[in-house]
Design a binder for this molecule. Structure first.
Ligand SMILES: [Zn+2]
Length: 146
């Protein structure tokens, strides 16, 4: 907390209260706040009154309440962030799975095409070889006959 007199409550006239010291038997030397216009005959004043220790306690309670509120808000934010992260992880996993499956399908498809192309090429090569052999055999036959 700040020092004892630096913070003062605002009275019903919206004015900063003034501190006084009680000299009563019941509350000797006990500081209290009052409307700054109190006791000034020419000005009207409100009946605001508060013991300084009560005011400090209320301020402390207010700070505590604010801290609790902030803490609760942060907790709620953390919970929400964890939820969001979980959802993101699930989404990423789903996306990755979909991408992997897509890649698999794509690769399989390309592989099939390649396999067919190789088969066709092999077939073509063997056909060419057969044709070459036949050509040479017949040429050889021709040469041999000459
Ligand atoms: Zn006042």
């Amino acid at each position: 907390m700040t020092s004892r007199v630096s913070a003062a409550p605002t009275c019903d006239c919206e004015a900063k209260c003034v501190i006084f010291i009680s000299r009563t038997k019941k509350n000797p030397d006990r500081p209290f706040f009052r409307c700054p216009y109190y006791g000034q005959i020419r000005k009207t004043h409100c009946d605001y009154f508060m013991w300084e220790d009560d005011f400090i306690a209320s301020q402390a309670a207010m700070v505590e309440l604010q801290e609790t509120t902030i803490e609760r808000k942060m907790e709620a934010m953390i919970i929400q962030m964890n939820k969001d992260m979980k959802a993101m992880k699930i989404q990423i996993n789903k996306d990755m799975e979909a991408k992997i499956n897509e890649l698999k399908r794509d690769t399989e498809y390309k592989f099939n095409i390649l396999e067919r192309e190789i088969e066709a090429m092999t077939f073509q090569i063997s056909a060419d070889v057969v044709a070459f052999d036949i050509k040479h055999l017949s040429l050889g036959g021709l040469k041999g006959s000459k």
